[in-house]
Design a protein around this ligand. Structure first.
Ligand code: ATP
Ligand code: MG
Length: 164
């Protein structure tokens, strides 16, 4: 099993230089409890890197991207939220398809191929997780992933809750 906060923090750190160079405020809120997830490190990195890169790519300079990790209902949750261009409602269910890009003109020059989220979705299938999107055009996007926590980690969190 893998420490969620460790992988998440290093993915955020790796993008700080890029964020700063564009005056994008990239923040990270770690989980309060240590959460171990059943996943492989490389796969998790791929997922977080893609989500953070998208949030940065589709958000204008001076924008904000926030990354949070927490535990809810026995699941490990990671949210990557931006206040960028957003995804129109009618496209939201299709962005996980291979090569699908919302607006080729809009995203031209951003160098994407439209594979990132297809890979993310594939990884989430392998991990037994889920992915959700909430977005509004011109306001921003929230991508949420839900992952199973390891047995041990789940027990620990229960114990901590029980003692408070
Ligand atoms: P790449 O393969 O380099 O990741 P990509 O970013 O175009 O290319 P995806 O990551 O799969 O491909 O995303 C698919 C499309 O979904 C993007 O082209 C973009 O239109 C839209 N999208 C994804 N994330 C966001 C976001 N945070 N804000 C706005 N649009 C987004
Ligand atoms: Mg992408």
């Amino acid at each position: 099993t893998i420490s969620l906060s460790e992988v998440l923090e290093s993915c955020v750190d790796a993008r700080q230089a890029v964020a700063r160079s564009r005056n994008v405020n990239l923040t990270y809120d770690p989980p309060t409890d240590e959460i171990s997830v059943v996943a492989d490190r490389e796969g998790l990195r791929t997922v977080f890197d893609n989500l953070i890169n998208n949030a940065l790519n589709y958000t204008a300079d001076q924008g904000a991207v926030s990354v949070r990790g927490f535990c809810h209902d026995g699941k490990a949750i990671v949210e990557v939220e931006d206040n960028g261009i957003g995804i129109p409602q009618e496209h939201q269910s299709r962005i996980f398809e291979r090569f699908y890009r919302v607006d080729k003109a809009r995203s031209r020059g951003m160098g994407g191929t439209g594979l990132g989220l297809a890979i993310v979705k594939h990884c989430m299938g392998v991990f037994g997780g889920e992915i959700e999107v909430e977005s509004e055009t011109g306001r921003g996007t929230l991508i949420r992933i839900l992952l199973p926590v390891s047995e041990q980690s789940a027990q620990l969190i229960e114990t901590v809750k029980g003692s408070t």
